[in-house]
Design a protein around this ligand. Structure first.
Ligand code: GAL
Length: 726
């Protein structure tokens, strides 16, 4: 048979065997933990996101969740391997919305999006190139899907229409039919993964939040930061000297601004970009004394790095054989999958930094951009491809740096610019160089769908108003941070709002018992501490429909519009009870959507509404925050530093609304991993009606031998004020 005949025969056979879409692989679903199923398609690669991160499920947490049936019709899930690539399809129903796919900045609703999931510095467009392009999505129908692949994945998230679709839209005449649309209805999420096989996981609900919780628990549960990590942090100007940094810490103290850790930017090193990872002895002549001097002031040190050693670094020579073919700014690129790299690279960090008391790192530039990072043609000595390295480098540096602190039984809380699925349990918060305040909030909302943390850091501002507005969201986020590496801005830099900013920072500190308990719930139960309204009970389609025009909401007129109902990307849930509705520069009022149930003003306890859209116009100093009925917020006396191990603090426990309520308050030593051995406690806070019709609060006793940081307790009934017992 000559070539031509063979080719004709091949094409003919293809047409015969694969008439429309060649989705041919049957997937066997195995329930590997309650409500979590694994399916294998083809021959998955050994190196994937879970392998890189080493994530291990928190089985105990998963077992505490309800049993559930497989949430989809398996017949509707289709896969096939062609040309060494995996094609994957999951169904979508008409009213279904999907969320996730990592750290997006502009959109919360992902249905209709086309994404090329690729770790990168965010470039201003939600196209899948982002710091954490997590291949996990969650559906409003209450299930989640995760593709465990370290490849660049193309996602058509309800944007493509197949010939054989049972719900294919009718072809309409654009000339005359007003229902014609350029984006016709699609009934599937389709993905193309450039690998000859993959592992796919499906997570049950019943609610979308349950699916997210199962995903988080499957990845090990969220981190519990040390208490100091939830305090306030200032990243100082990159060229400050030890003396100037100490002075800055003293200024915080003298002016009454809280401060728990200081971040040193590139100038702490003798050379950076590429890095020596050695102290600059001109600016920091005695690093050890400097770190302990700061520590005496109650302030810890976090060091900026990017992980690319300079030829002048002592790490360079011993590591050279274990680095990639290409360089980054003249520094080498360690192959972090190799054990030797771990030994040489990280032991330098241990000796030079951790041993003298450094408490954490900011790991920069592990994301992109393409023009300075290693290219896809780079080779790594382990044989792992440049593409897979790109998708997992952030995971590897988080995992390995975290383990340095684990070894010493010390918790860390740091920053990283790239992440992915598998990172849920790592104590790292993502940040970037982009600076649109609104988009920072959308990113914060989206982080909650994907098991990552995000900080809307404040760097600089044009006006006092902008500074204050940014600081208002900084304190309602996973890391309350000013990043003044370039601007040198201090919290008090804008005199006209300096006192308001101080009050905000103190509010952050007072709320520490609440934030700490909410992070513990992230760890033990998988509930993200910062999350979208879409994950909140009572914030359902009917609610949102009130923000749509009749035409937009009319399914008959426009099924596609229904599927992508208007998104809410400027208000979010913070912990169990709080709804935060930021105001941005230039605004004096805004609309807030309150889910079904009674909601109360955080500052006054006054009733705000129930299942409705309200208008608020607070004074400049206030960010609108609302509390769910029966909300219990444990607060401590405002202070400048987080409580230390063994310290007790007095609590003011606030109750909102008129509903009796229960809250679980978490406690442990605040700094070590002893909680993993059971050295922690949950104290039950209860607010109940007494016979005389008054509300009364109580807190359960600490079990013998368990840690206790609670001193005296006073109760404040914010709505039912006559019940206050103090
Ligand atoms: C950037 C980083 C900034 C700052 C700066 C220092 O890449 O995003 O936050 O650390 O480097 O050079």
């Amino acid at each position: 048979m000559n070539y031509l005949t063979a080719r004709v025969l091949q094409v003919f056979l293809c047409i015969l065997l694969f008439p429309a879409v060649a989705y041919t692989q049957a997937i066997e679903w195995n329930e590997i933990a309650p409500g979590v199923w694994k399916g294998i398609i083809g021959d998955p690669e050994k190196f994937d996101l879970l392998e890189a991160s080493g994530a291990t499920p928190r089985l105990e947490g998963l077992e505490n969740m309800e049993e559930a049936d497989f949430p989809l019709d398996p017949e509707q899930i289709a896969a096939s391997i062609e040309e060494g690539k995996t094609f994957l399809r999951f169904p979508l129903t008409v009213r279904e919305q999907i969320y996730g796919f990592g750290l997006q900045f502009k959109t919360v609703h992902q249905r209709g999006q086309i994404l090329h999931l690729h770790v990168d510095h965010y470039g201003g467009k939600d196209d899948g190139r982002t710091h954490a392009p997590v291949p996990f999505y969650v559906s409003s129908n209450g299930y989640g899907v995760f593709v465990n692949s370290a490849r660049y994945i193309n996602v058509y998230a309800g944007s493509a229409v197949r010939k054989d679709s049972e719900n294919a839209p009718k072809a309409l005449d654009r000339n005359t039919d007003k229902n014609w649309t350029s984006r016709p209805y699609s009934d599937a999420v389709e993905m193309l993964i450039p690998a000859p096989g993959i592992e796919v996981y499906v997570f049950a609900g019943p609610t979308p939040l349950d699916a997210v919780r199962r995903f988080n628990l499957f990845n090990g549960g969220g981190p519990i930061p040390p208490r100091w990590g939830l305090g306030f942090t200032q990243r100082v100007h990159k060229l400050l000297t030890a003396e100037q940094v100490l002075q800055e810490a003293s200024d915080f103290e003298a002016k009454g601004y809280p401060l728990d850790f200081i971040g040193l930017e590139p100038g702490w090193q003798s050379k950076s970009y590429p890095n020596t990872f050695e102290w600059d002895l001109g600016r920091f002549p005695k690093p050890k004394e400097f770190v302990s001097e700061l520590r005496k002031k109650g302030v810890r040190v976090n060091l900026w790095i990017n992980p690319y050693p300079s030829p002048e670094s002592p790490i360079y020579k011993p590591i050279l054989a274990y680095t990639a073919s290409h360089t980054v700014w003249g520094g080498v690129v360690p192959d972090f999958t190799l054990d030797t790299v771990g030994r040489v690279f990280w032991s330098h960090f241990e000796k030079e930094h951790l041993d003298i008391g450094v408490s954490g790192y900011k790991i920069d530039e592990v994301d992109g951009y393409d023009r300075y990072l290693w290219p896809d043609v780079a080779r790594f000595p382990s044989g792992i491809s440049a593409e897979q390295m790109r998708q997992t480098y952030g995971l590897l540096v988080q995992r390995q740096s975290d383990s340095l602190f684990r070894k010493r039984n010390e918790r860390t809380y740091g920053l990283v610019r790239a992440s992915n699925a598998g990172a849920v349990s790592f104590p790292y918060v993502i940040y970037n160089d982009y600076y649109n305040h609104e988009d920072f909030i959308t990113a914060l909302i989206n982080s909650g769908f994907s098991g990552i943390l995000w900080t809307p850091e404040a760097r600089a501002s044009q006006t006092g108003e902008e500074w204050l507005r940014r600081m208002q969201t900084v304190v309602f986020s996973p890391m309350a941070m000013i990043n003044a590496w370039s601007s040198g801005t201090k919290p008090w830099s804008f005199e006209e709002v300096a006192e308001e900013v101080r009050q905000l920072a103190l509010l952050r500190m007072s709320m520490m018992p609440y934030w700490y308990s909410e992070f513990a719930k992230y760890h033990f139960e998988g509930t993200p501490p910062f999350r979208a309204m879409d994950l909140e009970d009572g914030f359902h389609a009917d609610q949102q429909r009130s923000t749509l025009s009749d035409e937009e909401a009319d399914l008959e007129l426009n099924p596609y519009a229904e599927a992508v109902k208007k998104e809410v990307k400027d208000q979010y849930m913070a912990g169990e009870y709080l709804l935060v509705a930021p105001i941005f520069t230039g605004q004096t009022s805004r609309k807030v959507i309150l889910p079904v149930g009674n909601w109360y003003d955080f500052y006054t306890g006054v009733y705000a509404g129930n299942g409705e859209v309200i208008d608020v116009s607070p004074e400049l100093g206030q960010i609108p925050v609302f509390v769910k009925d029966g909300g219990i917020i444990p607060m401590m006396e405002p202070r400048l530093h987080a409580p230390k191990v063994g310290e007790t603090v007095n609590l003011e426990i606030r109750h909102y609304g008129d509903k009796p309520a229960v809250y679980q308050l978490y406690d442990d030593d605040g700094e070590s991993f002893d909680y993993e051995q059971g050295h922690y406690s949950w104290r039950e806070i209860k607010v109940e009606y007494q016979k005389n019709g008054k509300l009364k609060g109580s807190i359960s006793k600490v079990e013998k031998g368990k840690p206790n940081s609670v001193g005296n307790v006073v109760w404040r009934f914010m709505t039912m004020k006559e019940n206050d017992d103090n």
